[in-house]
Design a protein around this ligand. Structure first.
Ligand code: GAP
Length: 485
């Protein structure tokens, strides 16, 4: 049996072999930490995005969705603090010239230590980061004799800050001052929500508390990009900013903390694979923050962030744009007076779609072996993706490609394909086709055989249990709709 590391490597190969994820520009040897989603990956990603979008905008009457542009006015990033603060402490190895994020370097070393030692080191790391104590971080790296994976030496530079935003030039007109044409690729989708707060609030006649949701690409020039699609340079976020009355933010922070964890459980992530991690060092905009962590094959890591962002972003945009960004609240307070004008506080939920994808795939991937009734061994690789998320729901398989069976199968395909994703295949032995559907993660297969012509019944096979049963062909669509709802 493969161990966790092998299993993760096998999962990565499986993703490529079955059209889930390809290295970007693979023809040219790839681009580091950038990936393309194949035919099955794109559909799984869409299904996850749709689930999130529905849970936010359809299931909450007070949350609406927008789709803001990736390019934004450069002052947005000055106002938000990203130009000055969106950086990570880095350290370079003088021999290999390789650059590392300090926290990742120390965390990776901590993983090699025994329990109490590991906890003590991580605690020290958190404390030094919270104080921005760069000299202390370097000392810790040297004391622990942490070496570079390439040069294997402990010959380090000082710790420095490195901004993670990608810059590009906007428009064709050259300016005397090159800074004039600079725009950034957004490092988070959240700012597109903040700058549209007034537009949405006014046109949607939204009453506080209310939320604005958005999904879309974000870009970060990550220095240590590793663990497959866990940390990418181009990735997708699903963010929701919830605007609340000042002073009520902790109540809503706790509400969203619970609600988001329950949502992850509702899409099939076991509760024991999820936990909260409170931040000690808070981002420049937050008065409370935590991660919802998932136990990935390489350890517990952040899946989603819940942040109480105060009124920082709206106040900053008001200051930099010189516009009034406030809300008039005519509800009455405890003294019976209207609350009046104020800058709302914000609670944010922010989950990486690619990380969620990796979460679902790492839970679903299984290498199974068993002994058959005749005593021989059998095995399969299966993706047990929850049926409602699986890219293809139903495979329709005529036993042979003659005797009128393909015609019956095609008629069933035509009946079902308007309601859910189906896949038709008539090549190869049926056992081989079942195995291929297991590997792709298709939860249900229906086989049309010669008896179907007599009794109008088909065999339905369930991916996870491999059990089969006979059902009337007229009931297939209804049954699948029930199973995926
Ligand atoms: N607007 C707040 C924000 O962006 P964050 O904790 O930096 O907060 C939120 O990011 C989520 O985005 C993370 O929990 C993670 O799921 C995802 N994410 C962040 N950086 C990522 C990267 N380089 N690759 C993939 N996903 C990433």
């Amino acid at each position: 049996m493969a161990n966790d590391t092998n299993l993760f490597q096998n999962l990565i190969s499986h993703c490529k072999e079955y059209g889930y994820i390809f290295q970007s520009s693979e023809l040219y040897d790839g681009l580091s930490a950038v990936y393309d989603y194949g035919q099955n990956g794109a559909q799984l990603k869409k299904n996850l995005r749709d689930e999130w979008w529905k849970s936010m905008t359809q299931m909450h009457e007070n949350i609406v969705g927008i789709d803001a542009a990736i390019f934004m006015h450069p002052t947005v990033w000055k106002a938000s603090g990203h130009v000055d603060n969106f950086s990570d402490p880095m350290i370079d190895n003088k021999d290999s010239k390789k650059r590392y994020r300090v926290d990742h370097l120390i965390e990776a070393h901590a993983e090699t230590l025994a329990g109490p030692e590991k906890d003590a080191l991580l605690q020290q790391l958190d404390q030094l980061l919270a104080k921005d104590d760069y000299a202390g971080l370097k000392k810790l790296i040297e004391e622990q004799r942490i070496t570079c994976t390439v040069s294997k030496t402990c010959n380090w530079t000082d710790v420095r800050q490195f901004n993670l935003m990608f810059k590009t030039e906007f428009g064709a007109v050259a300016s005397e001052n090159p800074e004039d044409n600079i725009v950034y690729l957004r490092p988070e989708t959240a700012q597109g929500i903040f700058v549209n707060f007034l537009n949405v609030q006014k046109t949607g006649r939204m009453k506080i508390p209310f939320g604005i949701a958005q999904t879309g690409k974000a870009f970060r020039n990550e220095i240590v990009a590793r663990q497959f699609i866990f940390r990418m340079r181009e990735f997708e976020q699903m963010e929701m900013q919830f605007f609340v009355r000042p002073g009520t933010q902790m109540e809503w922070y706790n509400y969203w903390k619970e609600t988001r964890k329950k949502w992850h459980e509702s899409i099939g992530i076991p509760s024991e694979k999820l936990r909260y991690h409170n931040h000690i060092k808070l981002a420049h905009y937050a008065d409370a923050a935590l991660d919802i962590e998932f136990e990935f094959p390489f350890g517990w890591k952040e899946l989603e962030g819940i942040h109480s962002r105060t009124d920082f972003d709206l106040s900053q945009h008001a200051k930099y744009s010189r516009k009034k960004i406030q809300y008039f609240d005519n509800d009455l307070d405890e003294q019976g007076k209207p609350y009046g004008n104020y800058t709302p506080f914000v609670v944010e939920t922010s989950v990486g779609l690619d990380r969620l994808f990796l979460t679902i795939l790492s839970l679903s991937y299984a290498e199974e072996t068993w002994t058959k009734e005749d005593g021989t061994e059998d095995s399969r690789v299966v993706l047990k993706i929850p049926a409602k998320l699986a890219p293809t729901k139903l495979a329709i398989l005529p036993l042979v490609k003659k005797d009128g069976l393909p015609e019956i199968a095609r008629a069933l395909m035509d009946d079902c394909k308007g309601s859910f994703m189906c896949f038709y295949e008539e090549k190869d032995a049926i056992g081989k086709r079942y195995r291929r559907m297991d590997a792709v993660g298709t939860p249900f297969c229906v086989t049309i055989d010669h008896q179907t012509k007599e009794d109008n019944a088909v065999t339905i096979r369930y991916r996870d249990s491999m059990l089969q049963e006979r059902i009337p062909i007229s009931e297939v669509k209804k049954k699948i709709l029930e199973l995926i709802s």
